[in-house]
Design a protein around this ligand. Sequence first.
Ligand code: 3PG
Length: 306
Amino acid sequence: MKVLVATEKPFSKVAVDGIKKIVEEAGYTFAALEKYTAVSELLDAVKDADALIVRSDKVTKEVIDAARNLKIVVRAGAGYDNIDLKACTEKGIVAMNTPGQNSNAVAELALCFMIYMSRNQLTPGTGSELKGKTLGIQAYGNVGRLVASHAKGFGMKIMAFDPFVPAETIEKDGVTVAKDLNELYSKSDFISLHIPATEQTKGSIGYQLLKQMPKGGCLVNTARKEVINEDELVKVLEEREDLKYITDIAATNQAVLDEKFGKRVFATPKKMGAETAEANINAGLAAASQIVRFFKEGCTKFQVNK
Ligand code: 3PG
């Protein structure tokens, strides 16, 4: 049984060593394809793999078709929008994620982003503090909850909107429940996005919501660039010279944003939400353990293509 770790953006060495140990102790063969630059390398590497661990690597139909022995693919992370679930299901391949394993790293980055923008991207000049500001959390899942908890330490007022989480669950954390997105956006100095990229959410954050933000409002995106309507983002940033946007996933039109809006926008050069040793270890080792449990016990907990 061959387990392939295919990561264009590699895990830390300690995480790779941990994955290898779990795989080999289970009696399987470990293989790694790291920092690949061409899809052809991935297509070649997956040919004889029985199990595949990826990060944001695109597991397309082409990859699935090339992987003749594949039985399971685990996205070591939360968002599985990079995996063609239909292609997996058609071939009887189980697809999983590792929910919660890298959430704290992403949550800490969201707070880091808020401070970074409040302090003029660490350039000279008078900034502002998070204390007393209102943070609106859009989607109260694993990351959203941690952002709320960390933001409390900064003395922020916290509001959240998530139609899939009962109001009592949110309120138990001392977080105010917004009745809808209009209330969330109109009352929040910062909006932190934690929605997945789905057919429903893609392009859903745009002019109508952002124009409602209070003066000096800042949109913090550690989710996915696809959820932003980029043309409308440009429009609102043009109209509202006080608004700011910071993102862990460069927008498709990031060059336009940078040129037009300068220090009011910022994008990380490469997605770094889950780029901590801890998150790599948590998500990587969880992925390896899930594969072993799948083969040895038939465990399909965390399957996302049921
Ligand atoms: C996730 O969905 O878990 C994060 O976006 C992490 O992505 P990465 O593994 O590519 O850093």
